[in-house]
Design a protein around this ligand. Structure first.
Ligand code: GLC
Length: 640
């Protein structure tokens, strides 16, 4: 074991790096040895990690170091818990061609109120075998389709000048089979075969398969691929061209940590750790959410905290509600793992409520979701580049009085448009014939009925679809966390079916909701009354309201209000003397809400101002009601 003395200076007072390193060293070594104590590369791996941390700090620019200090100075209120942060996730090429062009779109984001960009993977990835960039063949080279590393640096500088934040992905779980390590492994280099999970025959793969689910059962059945070049099997949980990295080998962790720091030193504010649930494998288990995966994440968090502490971590774990909480760290490591996780459960529950007009399943899951530790946060969203999985608990569905199988069947039929009368136009994704499971693809607008409404040219249906879009966005904006829009959703883009003509994409219907951005819509955005205008200005207004109200920042300060009406979800956000009441009518019928709902939490406001409707209300007696039109919502603040 390397002693802390190898990285710390003997002379005190120690510098910033040394202080941070000294403070972190015991936990770092402890966590490292939990995983690698008996590994033949134990010492080499640890030495490499310690050197990597030191080098990352040395290479960090003085402006980023200052920014680290600035960000840390807001503690204990983390900089990323601000109500003024609002994000958008986008594919650079589909949005505007390349990174160079994106600089000219920054005004557009500012106009909308977005100050945080998640660029979908821009590093080199083989065309046609790319999984939208999530099969990386070079972690340091920007794919020429998007421009160059220089372009990315220029963009980052300009974003920083405008006080905007940047998120990039580290695709931690796998590389492309065209990555240098994979190519060397194909040629038979044992050291690099050990970077992946290679097997001579099917014996061990078959053992693994017995307990491992399939992620893309249609496009990539099974979890192993045959590598003809070296006559071996390799683990490939996602597509056959995405090879799982072997983190039981500490050298892999050291290499990937170096890549993480490369992104940190580019100026990334939040690092999206792709698919962390999968990073540790063990035959006989599902190979997801294993305790060692958490240890790895905690280790990464500690290393980042020493060298590049201004970079927060988002764990992209789209897992069951009981599992997600563990990504924030548990026990003595609580709030010391990922700073963020996606609130995928809440996202899916909102789609559930929208399809049924009933909030009871959503309510049944909330106790669990409220367990998120203080100081960590959610990325809240309604749509992203991935499908919608209905992975919440059967028990919550039963508690609401539905049969779980029938209920999910209904949701899938509703959103794929198969259910009679459903206005949604999505599609089933990753249908597993063996288990009957399926997930849902489709854009926000199409799932809310806009595509169909435009097709039948029905004004009432168009208005209703827009109301649904804004209702969905509003709940995700005010529930706590950093809202992350998906590009195109702010301008009412419906499904884009052009992917069907592209062989590299046609096998994956998630591309229907990853549109080639239509900039002609800008004119319509300016034209009052169009769907584009109503969705854009509505989204803009929601962002503006949110950024005015510090109380809606995520301070673990949300209280659900008793569902006095099973169609209306409501919560109170409270901090010091500030209060905001939010109510959302998920049904297609007008609903009544007792005024008692505003009083049950001890306060008795006499008058309220609805920031969304820009209207004042006198709070009435308990036996009187606030009327909420179909799919309407209110964001109400007590006033004198
Ligand atoms: C994540 C990404 C998804 C990708 C997968 C494999 O879940 O969001 O798009 O297919 O990881 O990298």
């Amino acid at each position: 074991m390397t002693s802390p003395a190898t990285v710390t200076s003997n002379s005190l007072p120690v510098g910033l790096f040394e202080k941070r390193m000294q403070a972190a060293m015991d936990s770092l070594v402890l966590l490292y040895n939990t995983l690698y104590d008996h590994h033949p590369h134990q010492k080499a791996g640890l030495d490499k990690i310690l050197q990597t941390i030191r080098r990352a700090f040395d290479l960090r620019s003085s402006s980023l170091r200052n920014r680290d200090i600035e960000k840390l100075s807001t503690e204990p209120e983390h900089w990323f818990l601000s109500n003024k942060m609002c994000g958008m996730s986008l594919y650079v090429d589909r949005f505007c061609g390349n990174i160079g062009n994106l600089i000219h779109k920054l005004d557009y984001f500012e106009k909308l109120g977005v100050n945080f960009l998640h660029l979908m993977p821009v590093f080199e990835s083989p065309e046609g075998e790319s999984d939208g960039g999530y099969a990386v063949s070079d972690f340091r080279k920007v794919d020429k389709r998007f421009g160059s590393l220089k372009d990315l640096e220029v963009l980052e500088e300009e974003m920083r000048r405008r006080n905007m934040y940047l998120m990039l992905d580290i695709v931690l779980n796998h590389t492309s089979h065209r990555h240098e390590w994979a190519e060397k492994a194909k040629k038979g280099e044992a050291g690099f075969q050990d970077y992946f999970y290679f097997f001579n025959d099917r014996t061990i793969p078959d053992e693994y398969e017995r307990a491992m689910p399939e992620i893309f059962p249609e496009a990539a059945p099974g979890n192993f691929s045959w590598v003809a070049e070296c006559n071996k099997w390799v683990m490939s949980v996602f597509h056959n061209y995405q090879w799982d990295l072997n983190y039981t080998n500490p050298l892999v962790l050291a290499e990937m940590l170096d890549n993480i720091f490369f992104y940190a030193n580019l100026g990334v504010d939040i690092l999206r750790i792709d698919a962390p649930a999968f990073i540790w494998k063990q035959a006989g288990t599902s190979c997801q959410n294993l305790p060692q995966a958490h240890t790895l994440l905690q280790l990464i968090k500690i290393c980042v905290g020493v060298a590049t502490p201004g970079m927060a971590l988002l764990g992209e774990a789209i897992v069951a509600p009981a599992e997600i909480m563990k990504y924030f760290g548990t026990g003595s490591m609580q709030a010391k793992e990922c700073d963020f996780a996606y609130n995928a459960t809440q996202m899916a529950l909102q789609w559930d409520a929208l399809a049924t007009g009933d909030i009871r399943v959503m309510m049944a899951e909330q106790e669990q979701l409220l367990k998120k530790p203080y100081g960590t946060s959610w990325i809240t969203y309604t749509r992203c580049h991935d499908d919608i999985g209905l992975g919440y608990n059967d028990s919550s569905i039963s508690q609401a009085g539905y049969d779980p199988y029938q209920h999910r069947k209904y949701l899938k039929e509703y959103y794929s448009g198969a259910y009679p009368g459903s206005p949604a136009r999505g599609a089933l994704f990753a249908v597993n014939e063996k288990t009957g499971d399926a997930r849902i693809s489709g854009s926000l607008a199409s799932l809310c009925g806009l595509e169909y409404a435009l097709q039948i040219n029905d004004e009432t249906a168009i208005s209703q679809a827009i109301d649904k879009i804004l209702l969905m966005q509003a709940q995700s904006f005010f529930i706590g966390g950093v809202p992350m829009l998906f590009y195109g959703d702010e301008s009412a883009h419906i499904n884009d079916y052009s992917y069907q003509q592209d062989d590299g994409k046609s096998y994956d219907n998630r591309w229907m909701h990853r549109p080639v951005y239509d900039w002609n819509k800008q004119e319509k955005i300016l034209q009052s009354g169009t769907a584009e205008n109503r969705v854009f200005t509505g989204t803009q207004k929601l962002i503006a309201i949110r950024s005015k109200l510090p109380v809606v920042a995520d301070k673990k300060n949300l209280t659900w209000i008793t569902p006095h009406n099973q169609h209306v979800a409501g919560f109170l956000r409270a901090w010091e003397n500030d209060r905001i009441y939010c109510f959302f009518n998920f049904s297609g019928q007008p609903q009544q809400l007792t005024w008692y709902a505003f009083k049950e939490n001890g306060m008795k406001p006499a008058r309220l101002y609805d920031h969304w409707g820009e209207k004042h209300y006198d709070v009435r007696n308990d036996n009187e009601y606030l009327l909420l039109p179909p799919y309407a919502f209110v964001i109400m603040e007590p006033v004198q």
